[in-house]
Design a protein around this ligand. Structure first.
Ligand code: P5A
Length: 438
């Protein structure tokens, strides 16, 4: 991609409305733009990252055996009246009337709608277990939208819903999602920690939040120190195997959000218990028959008929994750994309655009990098050298290849690692060799 053709409206100054690093950087590096309080347009760089996060999440859901569907953003009020949540949801729910005076709402979550789909089509235990997921915008009229996309009013969520015949099988479905979550966050280059959590308006008896430790996080959390360095044994998971042991390994550590924190339940050395803050990037719930019973989503089994299905629901905050990834990966100069999510791997910077030697070398490298099937953003703009370098640090691509007249004379090329700032001085062949192996 040529930077001169890429729409990336960079802000020179720190925007006043932003209080935390990720919000500042998302606005400064042109990832998004506020349209109304808590509602954002996604600009090209932001959209690329949002799509990468979405794809990783979607692929893991498919690996775990879930089926992708797409439910609408608008839902009829009737099904929420059936479940009893229409009044409970209060002012957070955006209620709309259509021209025929029918009550609609912009979905804050989809337990009711998916239960309605399920009860229309599934009657027999032979069709279970079933997991349906979708990726769709949600709306919650949050009291205090803040920190940019972290607490938005309109936000993108992946939400999955499991249906099972009895309690035991529904725990198997819950465990599958638990492990899929550990895996998908890892594939995004993130360390998410599962914590015992409150169930709030979704309901149920068992729930975990997935938390990324960050000072600016909105959740107060308590955890055992060892968890910070605990590496799971995940990657290629057989989702059809018994996952209880792996789940037990994660949950054998003490980790709870403040609502669930119980100092009496922590039996080990108190010096190892730390209080921290974190960002909730995912939340899973097991709630049995809470929706299936009132909505009569019943199953016929070989031991009885009309048994309400056992359900769970599983959410990932996809748009929040863009902010969370930046919160976990930045310095005072800008974003530092993890390799798993970076939009390009190399940022080729021509310090003297218009100089024949610089232009020739840069186009040669630009084409060579692409021919090696590596991704590259080429800064071919007419900006000053200093501002190009600052922009590259702000955008945060892992490797910068910096080309200027001085280097060309000496046949030396600067390769900068964005993460540690180290610059290697390489010959042309060494540079090509580096690119082909990284
Ligand atoms: C689980 C899936 C649910 O809604 N129903 C369907 C369940 N859970 S949740 O915890 O309320 O939300 C799931 C994830 O969505 C993100 N999230 C938000 N992101 C941005 N702005 C918001 N206002 C917001 N609210 C929730 C979180 O990552 C949360 O874990």
């Amino acid at each position: 991609m040529l930077l001169s053709r890429f729409f990336i409206p960079i802000l020179k100054e720190n925007p006043k409305e932003a209080q935390i690093a990720s919000h500042v950087l998302m606005l400064r590096a042109g990832l998004c733009q506020q349209s109304a309080s808590g509602i954002y347009s996604w600009l090209p760089l932001g959209k690329i990252i949002l799509d990468k996060i979405t794809d990783i999440c979607k692929n893991e859901m498919l690996l775990a055996g879930a089926n992708e569907i797409l439910m609408p953003t608008l839902q009829p009020a009737e099904i929420w009246k059936e479940s009893g949540r229409y009044e409970d949801y209060g002012k957070e729910m955006l209620r709309i009337k259509d021209r025929n005076d029918r009550d609609l709402l912009y979905g804050p979550t989809n337990e009711e709608l998916v239960t309605d789909i399920f009860r229309t089509h599934v009657k027999s235990y032979k069709e279970l277990p079933l997991n349906l997921f979708h990726i769709q915008w949600k709306f919650r009229d949050e009291l205090r939208p803040r920190f940019g996309v972290m607490r938005g009013r309109e936000f993108l969520m992946k939400d999955a819903y499991s249906f099972d015949i009895d309690y035991e099988s529904s725990i198997i479905s819950y465990n599958k999602m638990f492990i899929a979550y550990m895996n998908l966050f890892k594939k995004m280059g993130l360390k998410a920690i599962p914590m015992k959590a409150d169930t709030g308006p979704i309901g149920g008896d068992l729930s975990h939040e997935f938390i990324i430790i960050a000072e600016t996080g909105e959740s107060e959390v308590y955890l055992e120190k060892e968890l910070l360095s605990f590496e799971g044994i995940l990657d290629k998971v057989d989702y059809d195997s018994n996952l209880q042991d792996i789940v037990n390994k994660y949950t054998s550590f003490y980790a709870a959000t403040d609502e669930k924190h119980d100092p009496k339940a922590y039996k080990k050395d108190l010096n190892n218990l730390i209080k921290s803050r974190g960002i909730e990037v995912g939340h899973i719930f097991h709630f049995g028959q809470k929706y299936s019973k009132p909505m009569q989503a019943n199953i016929n089994t070989n031991i009885g008929s009309n048994i309400p299905a056992y359900m769970g629901s599983y959410g990932v905050g996809l748009s929040r994750l863009v902010g969370a990834v930046i919160e976990a990966n930045h310095d005072e100069k800008g974003i530092i994309w993890p390799k798993e999510l970076t939009p390009w791997y190399y940022n080729l910077i021509n310090l003297k655009n218009g100089d024949d030697d610089c232009d020739n070398i840069c186009y040669d490298l630009y084409n060579k990098i692409k021919s090696m099937s590596k991704t590259v953003l080429y800064d071919d703009t007419m900006d000053r050298a200093g501002s190009k370098l600052a922009k590259a640090d702000l955008i945060g691509i892992p490797f910068q290849i910096i080309i200027g007249p001085r280097g060309i004379n000496d046949k030396i090329f600067d390769l900068k690692d964005r993460k540690n700032g180290e610059i290697q001085k390489l010959s042309y062949d060494e540079l090509i060799n580096f690119i082909s192996t990284n």
